[in-house]
Design a binder for this molecule. Structure first.
Ligand code: UT7
Length: 319
């Protein structure tokens, strides 16, 4: 019904990264297509960014926050194990106690997961839900590891879903399978627990990724998602008007376009400006494509994402 996005002001360019680690603008552009990304300010986090994107989505949907029945926030970079960031968004929207708000974690596929869950909760009863993807992976990046820190950017995207004349979620699916080639450990108090072996060295709590392995998984996940959604929705490649693929790497978007036999102009691309914003990447790209007037009434838009877990999934939306 309405979308919104929030990107922090601070731009980190490849040129600036050259001052931090042994890399080059040329290498990053050639291997990823990323030119710059955004970094959240110290006072910002997934909840403040999520709330900003949500206010825009509610305004574009033309409904007040108190009409929502659910707020679902997908993230991988919460500063708190609890409370859920969705409840902090609920508080920021001034609707404490008026609905249920909860977080959902599914790697960079989080927005597809949240959409899938929300649709099943609101569709039978004509209710409204706010679905958010918000991540600050810059805070979990190892800024000494040039193979991962160049990839991620911070941001948030949101969408209001509910009974609407405007569009329809036609088909969707989500899937997962354990893959430890991409993970991030959280910190807990090993030092003070009498039930865990004493740890003398400080553990590293950074994003670990085997890039080439995850690249192969990502391309396969995009192809598999396309194949499966076309099968369950009974549509052909020619029926697709726009592909919104998780903005992890331009080469992955390109491979998806080739497999779908969709001209690259029909693939929404903003990885060059924002890098990989994780669970926020699909809703940010959707919002921008709508604001730029690319997606029009009746267009069939396919949202595909994949990520840590491993997780993958797709949703076909008729706008
Ligand atoms: O959202 C979650 C999903 N994540 C993804 O989809 C990420 C998927 N993976 C990728 O996008 C790519 O694998 C990367 C962009 C991470 C890496 O690209 P690659 O073409 O797979 O490079 P590589 O890891 O095979 O590394 C090739 C070379 C290595 O040097 P040697 O061993 O050949 O001498 C790396 O050390 O490039 C080197 N390298 C760099 N050089 C300059 C790695 N990172 C950098 C860098 N700058 N930032």
């Amino acid at each position: 019904m309405g979308t919104g996005a929030y990107l922090p002001e601070r731009v980190l360019t490849n040129k600036e990264l050259e001052q931090i680690i042994a890399t080059s603008d040329e290498w990053i552009m050639e291997r990823t297509g990323i030119r710059e990304r955004r970094i959240a300010a110290p006072e910002e986090d997934i909840a403040t960014m999520g709330a900003a994107a949500s206010l825009q989505a509610l305004e574009n949907a033309g409904i007040e926050a108190d009409r929502l029945s659910y707020i679902i926030l997908s993230t991988n970079s919460s500063p708190y194990l609890y409370p859920a960031a969705a409840i902090r968004v609920q508080d920021a929207l001034g609707v404490n106690g008026k609905m249920a708000a909860f977080d959902l974690q599914a790697g960079c596929c989080g927005f597809n997961y949240a959409l899938y869950v929300a649709e099943r909760m609101v569709a039978p009863e004509g209710k409204y839900a706010l679905v958010i993807g918000s991540d600050t992976n810059s805070r979990w990046s190892d800024w000494t590891d040039r193979s991962t820190c160049i990839l991620f950017g911070d941001g948030a995207g949101a969408a209001v879903i509910g009974p609407s004349e405007q569009g329809r979620l036609k088909e969707s699916f989500i899937a997962s399978s354990l893959n430890m080639k991409l993970y991030c450990e959280t910190e807990f108090n090993r030092e003070v627990s009498p039930f865990l072996p004493h740890q003398t060295q400080t553990q590293r709590h950074y994003i670990y990724m085997d890039g080439p392995e995850i690249f192969k998984f990502a391309v396969t996940a995009v192809k598999e998602s396309l194949r499966r959604i076309m099968e369950i929705a009974n549509i052909s490649r020619e029926d697709l008007d726009y592909l919104i693929i998780h903005q992890a790497n331009w080469r992955i978007l390109d491979a998806g376009a080739r497999f779908a036999k969709v001209p690259i102009e029909k693939v929404i691309v903003n990885v060059d400006r924002y890098g990989n914003t994780s669970a926020a990447s699909v809703p940010i790209a959707l919002h921008e494509a709508l604001m730029e007037g690319k997606i029009k009434k009746g267009d069939k838009v396919l949202l595909i994402s994949f990520g840590a877990g491993a997780t993958w999934g797709a949703a076909l939306v008729e706008w």
